[in-house]
Each structure stands twice: as C-alpha cells, then as structure tokens.
Design a protein around this ligand. Structure first.
Ligand code: BG6
Length: 486
C-alpha cells in the first residue's frame, strides 16, 4: 500500500451525536415520551457506577411520568439542539466536517410508536436539519434507533420482547427513508445493538419487573432477535426505496485482552471476544454463529426463530460495518483481579494502561487491533462512528485548555492510520462527541466529550452558550490536512 501522511481521499471526517442526548424539546410539537425522557440524574451516586444510574422499574417510570419538569431528567433538555441546531451545525462546518452522525427520535415522528401516520411537525424538524446540513456540505449518517424508543411501546409490550414492535419500527424507518431520501445516503439501524444485555431498558425498552416468564435472560435474547430481524427488514426497505442507500450495523467494540498468558485467561478472553463479535456476525454474515446457538441452548435459552426469520437475515445483510471504540479491558480467571469501569461494563484492570476521569482505560493500540480484527473477519468497508474521552473540563480566564483530549485523539488517529496503511478499508471517522452533551450512561453534563463546550451543569443551570475549547482548532487542522498534521 502506498503510504502518505494523509488519510484516504474522500475520508469522511466528522462527529457523532444522538437525538436524546442533544435535542431537548422533549414535549414540544407533538413529541411523545421516549425511554430516554425518564432517565434520571442522581447527584449522590458514584459517577463511575453506570448500573446505579440506569436502574429501572415500573414504579420509577410512573414517578417520572408524573414529574413534568426536566430538573432530574437531563435528557429532556439535552443541550437544546432542537432550537440551536443551526448554530451547532455552523460550528461543525467551521470544523470542516464532511459528515455528522446523528439520530432520529422515533417518538418525535411516532409519539406512541403505533400511529399509522407520522407527526408532521417531527418530520419537518429533521427535514430542516438535513436541509441545513446539505447547505453546509455535511453528509448525514443517520442512526434509526439510538437509545430512545417510544415509552408507550415499552410499557405496553415490554419493548422489543414482543414481535409486533418489528412492524412499528419498519413503519417508522420507511417514513425516514422516503421523507429524507434526497438528503441521506448512509443509515445505521441500531446503535450498539449488543448493549441490550448491559442496559435492556435504554436499548430495547425492557422493564425487568414486567418479565412474566421468570426467564429474563431469555426475554432479552428474544428482543435482540426481533431487533436483528427488524434491522434486516429495514435494510431491505432502504435498498428498495433507493439503491444508493448504504445501510450499516453498529457494534460496541469491547476489546478484551488476557490479563496473563495463563491458558484459562486466554480461554475466557477468547469467549468474551467471540461474544462481542456475535452481533456483527449476524448482521454481516446473515446467520447466527453455530457456537453461539449451542451456547444459548446449553444455558437453557430457547429462542423463537422461524425459517422465515433466517431467510430474512440471510438475504438482507449490511453494506458496511460501524463501531464505537472508547477503551479496552482485560479478563482473568482470578476472581480477585482488580476491576475498573468501561463503557457500561466492568472489566479487569490492565496494569499497562492509564484511565480517564471515569475510569475508562485509554488504549489507542487497541483501536488498531480492533480494526484489523474486524476487517479481517468481515472484509467490508468500516467506519468508526464513536470514539472520544469524557473528562472534567475547566474554564480558565475564559478559555478551556484540554491537551488531554488532543493527546487522546492524536494517539488514536495514529493507530487508525497504521491500520489503514496495513490494508483496513476505513471510510470514515466520527468523534464522540464534537460538542458536550448529556452522558448516555450517567445523564451527567459534567462528563464532557466535546471540542465545543456547552455552559450547562448536571442540574440544567447555565446559559447553554457554546464556546470553543483548544481542541477545536486542533481537530479543524487535522480535517483540513486530511490527517497529515497529526
Ligand atoms: C456509547 C453510546 O455507548 O457511548 C453513546 O452510543 C454514549 O450514546 C457514549 O454517549 C459514551 O458513553 P457515556 O455514558 O459516557 O455518555
């Protein structure tokens, strides 16, 4: 391969956001409640304990529905992108973005998920956003489901546990493909589809106390199966609506290393990595891996998978693969091994790696290894659609100096370039997140990812004004030089 300092021609540099973490306007213009609107922020919880932040029950949902304010529900206010999207898109254009990954809030188009026709005001909002992006020359990469299904589907059907939700999702997605056809070429079906096991409510609307069978794990896997089928069906529709549409799947790449070369550590690590690849195996290869099916049966999990489902999966595989990468973990057979938090996981601490303020282990080399591993396994174009570090930023004399963020990205970009030079077909990169937003895991604002600062705190106080951090100029230069200025 011909090596230059630059990334491939037409490389899609950009950033990624999700509707529920930025928009706000949770009850405006006909939007229905989504599962994200009841995610609460709890000030006294250890900020590393994502599980405590994400705890859910029917009574907690009822309490949240009764509370009409956004005080303890930060995703209801986001960063007010609903009203400020032009200002934010202008800043992304100034950064030189070729692309922006964003999501559509299902409940803005279908408030309960079950309407026959979409809410016109919701359709109009995204049309205006895409028009503006088009004017600025920023290509959208649109995620159809990023942690915010209509709450009504969750309460009525326990979310994706019931098969009928597939039809509701196909109806919603079909409207998106048709309405935004002239603006959007790249679509992603489910954000981090694997995360259903780590937070079943945010991902699939599953409320643990609604499990009637006493087999919660089985219900989660069945819901996942419904999402796989839905993903394949909407891939088919996207291709029928317009052959130029490219549809991708999206994985949380959880790279795991053995803590030692003890064979048990290696075996446990192998199992972790096989499990992580199961989701992309289904969506890229169109079938369940044999070892996963046997493993599920051995665990007493019997899924309802029809021959028709298998045919749909096989005939409608994705065009490209995308993944998020934030950190890596280790695995060990020693139950006493020290653990550290990662992206909604608790893994064994790797003594060779530093960590962020939230304990996520920083591992640029792990990104290169992930890229090589995934490309070798699937051989289809790939995009990294989330990567970044959450940190505490401080304003000093009206400026924000964030050399740690620059360092994080620089080291990851170097590893990306190495993987590309070794043959990986990487077509795009969107950082998480170009602007500060509400954390998915902890609903904090103080866990900041952006090149752009937003003046708001965890309880919603602040002007919400935007301000550039030092890293803004750095990323702008990286894009302007197509990666040559690293
Ligand atoms: C990814 C999600 O898992 O991680 C994003 O797709 C999320 O929505 C990101 O924001 C970072 O996680 P957190 O919990 O720090 O916001």
């Amino acid at each position: 391969m011909n090596k230059t300092n630059e990334f491939p021609k037409d490389f899609l540099w950009g950033g990624a956001i999700a509707a529920n973490q930025v928009e706000g306007g949770w009850n405006l213009d006909g939007k229905g409640l989504s599962v994200a609107d009841i995610a609460s922020y709890k000030p006294n919880i250890d900020n590393k304990d994502y599980a405590a932040h994400m705890e859910i029950s029917t009574s907690k949902i009822e309490e949240a529905i009764a509370d009409k304010s956004d005080k303890w529900y930060p995703k209801r206010r986001g960063i007010d992108f609903y009203h400020r999207y032009k200002e934010d898109l202008a800043m992304f254009a100034e950064l030189g973005f070729k692309t922006l990954r964003l999501s559509i809030a299902w409940s803005r188009l279908f408030p309960t998920g079950e309407e026959e026709k979409p809410n016109e005001a919701g359709v109009e909002f995204y049309r205006n956003v895409f028009k503006e992006m088009n004017r600025l020359g920023i290509k959208p990469i649109v995620t159809l489901s990023h942690y915010e299904m209509p709450l009504s589907l969750s309460l009525k059907y326990n979310g994706w546990v019931e098969r009928r939700v597939i039809d509701d999702f196909v109806r919603f997605s079909t409207v998106c493909f048709k309405e935004y056809d002239q603006y959007v070429d790249y679509w992603l079906t489910f954000n981090e589809i694997d995360s259903i096991h780590r937070h079943p409510f945010t991902t699939a609307g599953i409320i643990p106390d609604k499990c009637t069978t006493g087999k919660e794990e089985q219900e989660v896997y069945q819901a996942l199966h419904h999402q796989f089928v839905a993903s394949a069906l909407v891939t088919k529709v996207a291709h029928e609506v317009n052959a130029k549409n490219q549809v991708g799947c999206m994985l949380t790449k959880l790279m795991t290393y053995p803590l030692t070369c003890a064979p048990l550590d290696v075996e446990l690590t192998l199992n972790k990595n096989l499990e992580n690849h199961f989701y992309t195996d289904v969506q890229v290869k169109g079938e369940y891996p044999r070892m996963i099916e046997i493993n599920l049966e051995n665990r007493g999990i019997h899924l309802d998978i029809s021959d028709e489902d298998r045919r749909i999966l096989k005939e409608n595989t994705v065009d490209f693969l995308t993944f998020s990468y934030y950190m890596s973990m280790a695995e060990s057979g020693d139950p006493e091994a020290e653990r550290t938090p990662g992206n909604t996981v608790l893994g064994v601490k790797n003594p060779y790696l530093p960590s962020t303020d939230w304990g996520w282990q920083i591992d640029p080399k792990g990104l290169k290894i992930s890229m090589i591993e995934l490309y070798d396994r699937y051989r289809i174009p790939m995009m990294i659609v989330e990567n970044g570090m959450g940190s505490v930023d401080r304003i000093e004399n009206g400026e924000i100096h964030d050399p740690y963020r620059v360092e994080y990205f620089k080291e990851h970009f170097k590893q990306m370039k190495e993987a590309i030079d070794e043959g990986v077909d990487l077509i795009g990169y969107t950082s998480w997140a170009p602007i500060d937003l509400v954390s998915a895991g902890t609903s904090q604002m103080s866990k900041r990812y952006g090149f752009i600062y937003v003046d708001a705190d965890d309880e919603g106080n602040g002007t919400y004004n935007r301000m550039k951090k030092d890293s803004f100029d750095w990323y702008q230069k990286v894009i302007a030089t197509n990666g040559a200025s690293l």
